[in-house]
Write a new protein. Sequence first.
Length: 388
Amino acid sequence: MIRTIRTLAFHTPSLSVGMTFFTLSLLFGSWLGRLPEVQLALSLSEGQLGFALLGLPVGALIMMPLSGWLGRRLSTGQAMTFSTLLFCSLFPLPAFAQGAWGLFFLLSLVGLSNSFMNISMNAAAAAVEREYSVAIMSACHGMFSLGAMLGAGSSGLIASMGVPLQAHLIGVSILMVGLHFYFRAAIRHLPAQPSGPLKKQAFEWPSGALLGLAFIGFCIMIGEGAVADWGAIYLRQDLGADPFLASMGYAGFSLSMAMGRFAGDSLSLALGNRRVIIGGSLIGALGVLLAILADMPILAIVGFTVVGIGFSSVVPLLFGAASRVPTGSVGGNIATVATSGVIGFLIAPPLIGMVSEHFGLRSGLLIVLCLAVAAGVVAFRSTATARS
């Protein structure tokens, strides 16, 4: 893990990509931290908020058939710069929404740019790994976890200081644009992704192996999104935790995610991608089961922490595996896996909410458990996860 962190810190191309991961998650964490404030300001019921939040996966889905096409026409650095500036420009808009439909539309724009940025930065990480023979994909996702922790954690402090939501989101967006331009020279010279012949069509139909990787990513990211958005509510409402203990569920999950991701590259070298993906999926499922069966907050917190340990390295390894699938372009393959993961992460809040409204939150978390087991089974049967 120390070697991976040293590579990320002192190798400028790697650091520029890692800070792009940090940028995306810090902004998104800032939004999530003040989401209850948005619901209150717009007087939205849980059902109305759930509908509005569907704008994020809808935007990501719209981006899916276009991202591989754009990736073949832009250099690695151009794609990362364009997507970062686009996301930072659109990110504050939901704070100006005037109702559920307006919030849905503005979030769909954010979801579209979020998906494009997610795809471009993962493609850049894969290009850096290939060009410089370094292992940074998992560490870059560790930077994502750190950004989410800082963004969500700082939101409460900023809100307590009376800073309006619009000013908060605009301010952090400007800061992240400045951070991007600080690394602009390194980003401009990022290595290119290998690609096949330029095709006229924008859409590439994914192979069976790639669909398997996309399905695993979808399942795992639904779990990540569910813990992020419903973990504290589950601890508070179902297990009677006080506000501090309720916040510890996501804190433990995020901490174990970050540590696991910084160690993930070394772990995959020692055990192989396939074992880490299978084991991580099943360990995550075990953590969800512990949280569901818990009768006291501390056990659920331990469960969510175990989920983070299990899930931490799965998604980064999926991107690496996607970049090595022999059919399709590298950018298009990464786009497929990245988009399926983004959709899973963004669809988790409304999906779990709708199930919980009728059957209870434990039933909603049971979906996460079943999907994690399904991810492990698909990984076991997939040949794509076995490639090193």
